[in-house]
Design a protein around this ligand. Structure first.
Ligand code: ZN
Length: 365
């Protein structure tokens, strides 16, 4: 009675809008096979998007890809075999749908009256954490893809020091839960806050930091963006009402909207005010954690000097932290809570953290 069923459909990888023709086979698992696609999804992980039959769109709980087909019998068999197919993370399906319908309606009106930025500010606090978490995960996958899939840096000793630093800054900056920070080996000196409290640190910013306090300043600056929910605001701004409508339709993954939103959010960067606010939060946070918050000014200037060496394609990414000279001056002008020259990490811990990519300690010049 559970004989394998097959049908044909289209696979979307969640990064590009391209549809890949695939064959679907439903047995103990859902197998998706095409020219460049070979996936084997557990039935427990399948999630259906809300679509108008006969179109069915099936995503994966932990994967940005999705598959579409028009085969009522296949859809029925999937529904019978997949216990969580119609599960909505966070529950409260109908309430959420109603709220989002209202939000989308309101956003259309607000956008017309005040423009997208104001609408984004008003709507960001309404995004449920479960939706933001899922969005953050999808955008991180996409950002990492855009950067050419740089490897994760997770040498255990370095990771332990980083976790301690993250814990300490989360405390002084009152962030609970602490942001999820990942480090990737990449020759661009930058860090990026994504929705859902995710922060991607590119290893060159660690290499270019001349002290633990400089790096802590960069990290704390991203924490400032997380605290202010700047990234979800940027995503709403970039995606506008189409983003909200796609949320209402339950179509977050595998959609062309998400691709546009992710790229837009990276390219557009944050407002001058958002950058200043994140800097202020960072200086205070690092000071309270026992370091020198003003060290952030020096690293900001240093990474700007080297921007021109960056290969093409990443300029938009780099623009995510603009207005450097002005920011550095403002940071240096901030009243200090403490200036006794103590550092947030010991020299030994800082050396360990610098080796998080598994390489030899780079010259601290
Ligand atoms: Zn920033």
């Amino acid at each position: 009675m559970n004989a394998p069923l097959t049908t044909t459909g289209r696979y979307f990888d969640g990064r590009s809008a391209r549809a890949h023709p695939v064959r679907l086979r439903l047995g103990e698992r859902l197998e998706i096979a095409g020219e460049a696609v070979r996936l084997d999804w557990s039935l427990l992980d399948l999630r259906a998007a809300e679509t108008a039959p006969p179109l069915a769109r099936i995503g994966h709980a932990e994967h940005p890809g999705s598959v579409e087909f028009e085969d009522a019998a296949f859809a029925e068999a999937l529904a019978a075999r997949c216990p969580d197919l119609n599960r909505r993370e966070g529950g409260g399906g109908l309430t959420r749908l109603v709220l989002w319908s209202i939000a989308a309606g309101v956003s259309v009106v607000l956008t017309a009256l005040y423009g997208v930025p104001a609408a984004a500010n008003l709507l960001a606090p309404l995004v449920p954490p479960s939706v933001e978490a899922r969005l953050g995960q999808a955008i991180e996958t996409q950002v990492v893809g855009l950067l050419g899939d740089p490897p994760l840096c997770a040498a255990p000793e370095g990771r332990a020091v980083l976790d301690r630093l993250v814990g300490r800054l989360s405390q002084t900056m009152a962030l609970s839960p602490p942001p999820q920070v990942s480090v990737r080996r990449h020759a661009t000196a930058n860090a990026l806050a994504l929705p859902g409290g995710r922060i991607v640190v590119l290893s060159d910013i660690i290499a270019k930091s001349r002290s633990a306090d400089e790096f802590a300043g960069i990290l704390a600056h991203e924490f400032g963006h997380v605290a202010a929910r700047d990234s979800i605001r940027a995503v709403i701004r970039a995606g506008g009402t189409s983003f909200l409508l796609s949320l209402v339709l339950g179509d977050l993954t595998g959609s062309t909207v998400l691709v546009a939103v992710g790229q837009g959010a990276i390219a557009a960067g944050y407002s001058r005010e958002a950058e200043r606010a994140a800097d202020r939060a960072a200086v205070t946070g690092v000071d309270r954690a026992g370091g020198d918050g003003r060290a952030l000014a020096a690293i900001l200037e240093r990474i700007t000097e080297t921007h021109d060496e960056t290969p093409g394609g990443l300029t938009g990414f780099l623009r995510s932290h603009p207005y450097t000279a002005e920011r550095a001056a403002a940071i240096r002008a901030m009243p200090g809570e403490r200036t006794d020259g103590a550092s947030l990490l010991s020299e030994a811990d800082w050396r360990t953290l610098r080796a998080i990519c598994g390489t030899k300690d780079e010259k601290a010049d």
